[in-house]
Structure formats: C-alpha cells, structure tokens
Write a protein that binds this ligand. Structure first.
Ligand SMILES: [Zn+2]
Length: 439
C-alpha cells in the first residue's frame, strides 16, 4: 500500500473555494479518500453528499464536488484527487459492445444446441432485447433441478461484469463432455439449470461508449418524467424490496437515483418478473444467484438495507440459518478467488438492490460480486475500465467461486445444518417455511 501512496498527487484542497451544494456535473471529480475503515466512518463520508464508487481496506474511491472533498478532509481523512476525469479514456475494443455480445452468445449457442437455449427476459427502455441463456442438459425442458442465476452489467460503466457472464457461457459449454458425466462442469450442467443474463443495462452500455470515449455512465437511459433530458435510473437501487429511504437517492441527478417508483426501470421489472416466473407450485426454483459489478474485489451478501445500528444483527425477515449460510457461502467463495467477504451493510446502507430483493422476496441466496480491481491493487487509477488484457485473467479468476456456488445449490443448508442430509430428505418447499406461507 505504501508504494502507491507515494504516487498520489495531493491537491491543496484548503485553497479551493467553497461551492454551492447543488453543483453541476462539471464540478464533479474523482477522489481517493484514505482513512475511512469502519461503517460509521464511511457513513460520515456519504453524509457530505459524495458518492462512493468503490471500497477498499484502506479507504474509498468517491465522486465529489470540491466542496464535498473539503468536507471529507475536515472529517480527518486524506483526500487525493485522481487523474481520471469524467470524459477521459478511449473505449477499449477488447470489451464487447451490445451487438458484439449478442453475436458472440449466438455463435456459442449454435455450437452447443444440446445444452444452450437462448431467450429474452424482456426489453430495455430503448427496446433492446435483454438476452439470456439457459444451460442444462435438455435446456428446453424444465426439469426438477436446482436453478442458478448470474447477471451482468446492471451498471453501464462496469463492462468487465458483462464479460464475466460471457466467460461463464464459455466455461460451461467448452467444459461440457457428455462422455465424462462425472467431470465437475459436465455434472453441474446435467444436474442444474443455469441461467445467464448477459447485459441487464444495454442502453447504458451503448451510451457509455458511443462517442469512442468512456462517459462513466452508470444508470439506464430512462428519462425522468419531471425533468428535461435523460437522467437515468440506477437499476441496482430500483428493486421492489424496501425501495426508498436511506441507501439510495431520490435526486434524479444522483448516480444512485432510485427511480420514481419500485421497479419503474423496465430492465428491473423484466428481471423481477423472470425470477418470479421461476416459482413453480409455490417453490422458487432459483436457489443461488450472483449479480456482477466492478470494482473492489468483494463478495457481498444481504442485507444492505440495514442501518448502522442493525447491521450485523439478525434481520426480522432473515432466518438465522440463512444468515449462517450466507456467511459460509460468501466467505468460502471469497477465499477461493482472493476477494474480501462482507455482509453488504458493513460497507454502507443500500436499498433496492438485486441481492436484497432476491433474498428478501424469493429466499434466493443472492450475492453481489465487485470484481477486479481492489482499490489498492491498481495504484491510483480507477477500476471501472481495466485494460482488455486482464479480461481473461479476471473472469477466469472468478470461476472457482461460481463452480462452488453451483455445487452448493443442491443444498446450501448442508453447510450449516446439524443433519446435512436434510435437504435431500425433505421437499425444499417444506424445508423453507416462509415460501410455504407465501403460496
Ligand atoms: Zn455496479
């Protein structure tokens, strides 16, 4: 850590003039804040109005106005302006555009018709297909197999997350050998139904890259009905579980704008409806899920909505055994790929995100991965657009965690239950009492 500390160029913030609170986007800059290590300290940074973009063991990367940066410095933290700007960076052609992603996925599907079925979960605001793949033996038949869901690119400026889903498609197809049914990937494809959603936010992705230079666009491309122009909704704050309140913004200009209503973003409504459609005879078929983001090298699990006082304590609507399963799965996945495991609210409060919704309403063991880099692994740059040269390394790095989660999807409770055979011995639906109640 000391090495990159020395590379930082400190800005004499005390010399900067104070600005009005409602600064325009042009005033925003990216800063690294060194020092905040606890949830309370991170909340202090958030309270200045700065937006946290990534977390690390030693501090935070934030988007802030100069006035907010001064306020953060007054909290006693070191604030360093980072060299990247809102308009810098040529688009890296190593990452797939939406059209290239569709083509790449279709080519693989054609090559592996016996285990891949493509479908659409709906359309984006601008009408793009939200492309998905189901991977299983007999992929066109709904078999009684545990299902797993992996979603990429909720956020437009996180293209590595879309490459991650494509990598999973490649791993599961190239690794499938019907002549070796006991090999791990073949067995998991045969015994699971694996659903991949490649780019949940294709409109944002296209907008982010259309000039040839990255725009750092995060949200979807939905106009706010009360405002002129397109401000966009943060799809990962728009889910319909505990939407609103602290942990997301009601300001349409915020990077974490929650939207005008729960699931008002068509992309969010599409994925919620798809997941809900997997409830068969009162039993949610999807047992595990990962939503991929960048950056921070973190494995996160619900809940994010718990405030400072409640974080770490049992939530009223989470079973203790589920808390234990989340911890066990999260820690083991993080260990396998050298990420940091955390309950989401340990970072700071969020609500309306996918993982909270997927567990809070569907009892899915849903995780958020903040992929490469960790903020102190890349010196001083920001981590939204890693060079194309690391795509293969950083997506394949995550594979062991995904394979582990797929393995555990058969019975996550076996990790913590006194009687590990319980999942096999009883019907999943009966074993999870709250699903029975929701019938
Ligand atoms: Zn994200």
């Amino acid at each position: 850590m000391m090495i990159w500390l020395l590379l930082l160029s400190s800005v004499p913030l005390s010399l900067m003039p104070s600005l009005p609170v409602q600064a325009s986007a042009a005033d925003l800059a990216r800063y690294r804040v060194l020092g905040p290590a606890t949830r309370v300290e991170r909340e202090q940074v958030v309270a200045t109005g700065a937006e946290i973009e990534a977390f690390g063991a030693t501090g935070l990367d934030v988007l802030a106005t100069p006035a907010q940066a001064i306020a953060i410095e007054r909290l006693g933290f070191q604030v360093h302006k980072r060299p990247s700007s809102l308009a810098s960076g040529e688009v890296d052609p190593a990452y797939h555009t939406y059209a290239e992603m569709v083509t790449a996925v279709e080519q693989i599907a054609v090559a592996y018709p016996n285990i891949v079925q493509l479908f659409s979960i709906g359309r984006s605001y601008e009408g793009r297909n939200l492309l998905a793949a189901r991977i299983s033996d007999n992929p066109t038949i709904d078999e009684a197999e545990p299902e797993a869901l992996f979603v990429g690119m909720y956020h437009a400026r996180e293209p590595l997350s879309g490459e991650m889903i494509l990598d999973l498609l490649r791993m599961l197809t190239a690794g499938y050998d019907p002549n070796q049914p006991e090999a791990a990937i073949t067995r998991l494809v045969n015994e699971r139904e694996i659903i991949l959603v490649f780019m949940l936010n294709p409109d944002g992705r296209e907008y982010d890259i259309e000039t040839g230079f990255y725009r750092y666009w995060r949200k979807n491309r939905q106009p706010d009905p009360m405002l002129e122009g397109i401000n966009g909704t943060d799809p990962n704050r728009n889910h319909s579980y505990r939407w609103g309140g602290l942990g997301a913004s009601s300001n349409p200009f915020s990077e974490t704008y929650r939207g005008i209503a729960p699931r008002s973003a068509p992309e969010v409504a599409a994925i919620e409806d798809f997941v809900i459609s997997r409830v068969i005879s009162g039993t949610q078929q999807i047992r595990v899920a990962i939503s991929f983001h960048t950056y921070g090298a973190l494995v996160l699990w619900p809940y994010g909505h718990q405030g400072v006082a409640e974080c770490g304590l049992p939530a009223a609507d989470m079973f203790n055994i589920d808390r234990a399963v989340f911890r066990q799965l999260g820690r083991e996945m993080a260990r396998l790929i050298n990420y940091t495991p955390l309950q989401s609210c340990e970072l700071y409060q969020t609500n309306g995100d996918f993982s909270d919704w997927a567990y809070g309403t569907q009892r899915i063991f849903a995780f958020t991965f903040e992929m490469y880099p960790a903020i102190d692994q890349v010196g001083f740059g920001d981590g939204f657009y890693p060079p194309g040269s690391v795509i293969e390394r950083e997506t394949q790095r995550v594979r062991p965690a995904v394979l582990y989660l797929l393995e555990q999807a058969e019975c996550p409770y076996a990790l913590v239950a006194a009687t590990p055979t319980r999942c096999a011995a009883v019907n999943w639906k009966i074993w999870i009492p709250h699903l029975r109640h929701e019938q």
